[in-house]
Unconditional design. Structure first.
Length: 151
């Protein structure tokens, strides 16, 4: 009888540990991969904060006095980086299109973001608000093409 109880306890312990916190174990592996990649990519980053999602990991940090974000796969591969930029840094043709189609007022620039993908391609996203509290997000390509991303 003691042997049976002992065997059951061992079985429960082994089974329990096999399923114990697998997300934490995976998270530790992912975090190390991401941390190593991040350190390699942004060794001079300061004030780093992390957000982990099931599909990606986001690092928010300051690099060269500029607030920046880097997005990684859970395996530690860099997907893209983003940072705020000035409106006048957009391609000239995009500036002309935006100021014509979305004049100030009623449209007010809320945010202007540069997104650089790991392959080196760049897109820009600007958020506009108008008096009716409507928010519009525009996507701008490197060549200056403007399209509504979200309305």
């Amino acid at each position: 009888m003691k042997k049976l109880i002992f065997a059951i306890l061992i079985a429960v312990a082994v089974t329990g540990s096999a399923f114990a916190k697998p997300a934490e174990i995976i998270s530790e592996i992912v975090s190390n991969r991401v941390l190593n990649s991040f350190q390699s990519d942004f060794s001079t980053a300061q004030n780093v904060t992390w957000k982990v999602d099931k599909n990606f990991v986001k690092a928010s940090f300051v690099l060269d006095n500029q607030k920046t974000e880097a997005f990684y796969t859970v395996d530690g591969d860099l997907l893209a980086t983003s940072k705020a930029i000035a409106f006048n840094k957009l391609p000239e043709s995009a500036i002309r299109t935006i100021t014509t189609k979305y004049p100030f007022p009623p449209y007010i620039l809320d945010e202007c973001i540069e997104l650089v993908r790991a392959d080196g391609s760049t897109n820009y996203y600007i958020s506009l608000k108008n008096n009716s509290t409507e928010n519009i997000v525009l996507e701008i390509t490197e060549s200056g093409n403007v399209s509504e991303f979200i309305k």
